[in-house]
Ligand binder design. Sequence first.
Ligand SMILES: [Zn+2]
Length: 110
Amino acid sequence: MTTDSWTAYNADSMKHRTFSSFDDAEAWLTGLDGYSGGDKMNKDVLTGGSFVAKITHRTAYEATDWRDLYHVHDEMCPVNCKEAEWPYSTDIDVVGMIVLNEVGGEADEE
Ligand SMILES: [Zn+2]
């Protein structure tokens, strides 16, 4: 995973990249490489369609439930055992969600 702090989007090539510095992002976005030129160029480039942005948050995975916390029925179970089994596929051992963490900050507690 990149730890770059900047990102830039070129509305003409519809490509984006990340950069370690604003100067590198600016050079990529304002250089001649990556532009169709002439009438082929996406006119959005002329009116703010391309941009540089500071990366403030990044995704992370937060586990919320683990298979080994659940009951597994076996021969010791009483008839009509009421213990809760893992409610998800047996192909996975953990479930969770994607969260956003502030770069350089504490994890969001929402
Ligand atoms: Zn059981």
